[in-house]
Design a protein around this ligand. Sequence first.
Ligand code: ADP
Ligand code: MG
Length: 257
Amino acid sequence: MATIFCIANQKGGVGKTTTTVNLAAGLARLDQKVLLVDLDPQGNATMGSGIQKSELETSVYQVLLGLDNIESACMRSSTGNYDLLPSNRDLAGAEVEMVDIDRREIRLKEALDAISDRYDYILIDCPPALSLLTLNAFCSANGVIIPMQCEYYALEGLSDLVNTIKQVHANMNRNLKIIGLLRVMFDKRATLSQHVSEQLEKHFGDRVFKTVIPRNIRLAEAPSYGLPGIDFDPSSRGAQAYLSFAEEMLGWLKDRN
Ligand code: ADP
Ligand code: MG
């Protein structure tokens, strides 16, 4: 059975998709079998994996609504080393359409259960909201990875996210836990970044990942080439940091088993 992580933060533009795509590519480089689930109607992880979201015949939307099976919706990423369950704007309607559906918060879990034994890791890129889609991710996952920018408003909203995760743990998915906070787009020369980073370490201790992802233009350029930063420019500082993060994740898992 795969270990399932979701990458979540209800704020937009905090590095969820960049983290998901690069962790998928990083784990793949470390010989792990990975499925990336794009659960955001914006389809950025789909495009960032080199797949045209406007040309999809079927996607995670059809899977959630039971219109198609997960096997036919999954495809290979452009670099060919991980699988993708893609998404596009069809998914924007899913929230409303799922209201009348039975067991609507575990639709994704039930779909993933059918293919989970084919992978070592399944990574779910969440939309920027604590919505039914994100709830589906939380009900499927073993753990949550929270990317954060170390800026003034970073901690705002974090308690809502932590409380939601606690509630899901208590009522719906006993397996769910916060794996850790990942500091991203980090500018080590900025005093404020250092300060917020120290605050995070103080409050969350070893649940702050040791790896810090720097702000790096190559990571931002990569999606327009349909590639994870790790494959676009493997020697860049951003790619190296995400590869270290993939190694840190594997180490974390070894310690648990
Ligand atoms: P989210 O999925 O949370 O909305 P994204 O991963 O799409 O966030 O990141 C938001 C923007 O910041 C994107 O344009 C992305 O390319 C850019 N970005 C993300 N991480 C970095 C980084 N470490 N350095 C520079 N740009 C980054
Ligand atoms: Mg995103």
